[in-house]
Design a protein around this ligand. Structure first.
Ligand code: ADP
Ligand code: MG
Length: 178
């Protein structure tokens, strides 16, 4: 069973700009996703100090291209996200950088693109290069994993993913031209 949830208005606004504007430094999406994976590993390492029962270790990120499928997958074995985390963190503007970006929007496409570089748009930068993004994630210490999916237009869906290993995989279905 999958649940459809609308992006908060401010996310939809950022996504609209990210998707529809020509931006020349698209490779920043990778920096954002690596930084999130690295943060996730730090968070699990820290959580383990207080909850030694949490499994995990040998923290790492892997980046896997699949030319045939046209995907690029960024995987970490960090803290992972539960359903509420997905709704709160990948459905709203959680990050201060994206919030600053939103506040600075001028309506002038070129100028708005310049400030993407300045503030970064975090996870949403994925949609610069991908027209479909799938996140498979499983939070440390929890029973179940989750699958989040979106084309970046209006809404995302969340469903249970019993097979998702601990940590997070972001699967980017790359746009043809990317
Ligand atoms: P920021 O990293 O500045 O908080 P992002 O837009 O990059 O902003 O990410 C938003 C939030 O989504 C993160 O703060 C984190 O809670 C969650 N998140 C994103 N990627 C991951 C990941 N790989 N593992 C766990 N949580 C993640
Ligand atoms: Mg980030």
């Amino acid at each position: 069973m999958s649940e459809k949830i609308a992006f908060k208005a401010e996310v939809a606004k950022v996504l609209n700009i990210v998707i529809h504007s020509l931006y020349s430094n698209k490779e920043i999406f990778l920096r954002e996703l690596i930084s999130n994976g690295s943060d996730a590993c730090d968070k699990l390492r820290y959580a383990q100090l207080m909850h030694p029962e949490l499994k995990g270790g040998a923290f790492r990120l892997t980046i896997t291209p699949d030319k045939k499928a046209g995907t690029l997958t960024i995987t970490d074995n960090g803290i992972g996200m539960n359903k509420q985390d997905l709704i709160d963190h990948l459905g709203t503007i959680a990050r201060s950088g994206s919030a600053e970006f939103l506040k600075s929007l001028s309506g002038d496409k070129q100028k708005d693109m310049d400030i993407i570089g300045q503030f970064g748009v975090g996870f949403y930068a994925s949609f610069m290069v991908a027209d479909n993004v799938v996140v498979r994630t499983h939070k440390a210490g929890e029973e179940n994993g989750w699958l989040w999916e979106s084309t970046g237009t209006g809404e995302f869906t969340i469903s249970e993913d019993k097979e998702a290993p601990c940590g997070t995989s972001v699967i980017l279905h790359l746009k043809k031209e990317e």
